[in-house]
Write a protein that binds this ligand. Sequence first.
Ligand SMILES: *Cc1c(COP(=O)(O)O)cnc(C)c1O
Length: 379
Amino acid sequence: MKPGTKFIHAGAEPDPSTGAIMTPIFQTSTYVQSAPGKHKGYEYARSQNPTRKALEEALAQIENGKYGLAFSSGVAATDAVIKLLSTGDEVIAGNDMYGGTYRLFSKVFERFGIKFHYVDQFNIDNIAAVINQNTKLIWTETPTNPLMNVADIAAISALAKQNDILLCVDNTFASPYLQNPLDLGADIVMHSSTKYLGGHSDVIQGALVMNDPALREQLYFIQKSCGAVPGPMDCFLVMRGIKTLHVRMQRHCENGDKIAHYLRNHPAVAKVYWCGFEDHHGYHIAKKQMRGFGGMMSFTLKDDSVENAMRVLSSTKLFSLAESLGGVESLINHPASMTHASIPREERIKNGLTDSLIRLSVGIEDVEDLIEDLKMAIG
Ligand SMILES: *Cc1c(COP(=O)(O)O)cnc(C)c1O
């Protein structure tokens, strides 16, 4: 089945009691049992909810996996994956990733005695160099946030398998329309469904998808025990978002391509970070494992001062100054003071995330208007 057809039909079964084509929002906390222990598969809504079940079915299908789990946020999904580990275990993560993931790892889980290594995963030797008998998980984000670095999922997966290590890929930036990490050998795919899956900046939610039934049982047990479940209304919204994912992503890619090239040719712009440029160091990997390059990009200005970046950030009219990404509307962001403020400045700069870096989430408006807006703001 082609992706567009799959996105529209995934998980959608007419409601058996009414025939409603859309899965109803089952706004209930509990389910009546006909006798103690005799029920219809639903006992208590932290454990099961029919709206969530339909969404989880859809999540599995769109990532070419067997099982989906929906969480109350992207970081709740990440939290569940790290809870597979125990004190003394080690994780190899990227050195350029979502700031909230870094905060969760370094400020919460390190206190529980889990050790994290942060390496540039573009070069697989950097990963191999820190593997030891305690390494239990590789955490890969590709393309990365906000510098659009790329990691070779198939190569990392081969290395992980040789060493009996789990590989989890944060696929938020690419979305399942552009990249399917399970097909490339990853064990778990993670999403902040808040972004492209929801697609309309109106919901916070996360997802995990996997193939191994034992891993699914462990993660479901953690979810049920720790309680980070999404409400049924939010599940309904994410399911609705998924139905148009392919159409939105096609437009995000088209607009992204045009804006990346516009910025690159702009005399006041120093560097544009976008993995669709043929001279981007990860281009060949991106081309191999992605169906398109998406609408996320970052750039720096020739006048590299924070003041100049602030001037641009506060001048756009269509690009709204906000955290988050992946919605239909275009957003502009200053990672150093917004999404990545939780990363120490020294660490940030060392990895290329400078004070004046500006990140764009290019939306699906008419691209001429978006270019006009940037032209006016950059000057
Ligand atoms: C937003 C985001 C997260 C966290 O997801 P929330 O839904 O905000 O909890 C994780 N990874 C990436 C790449 C993100 O963009």
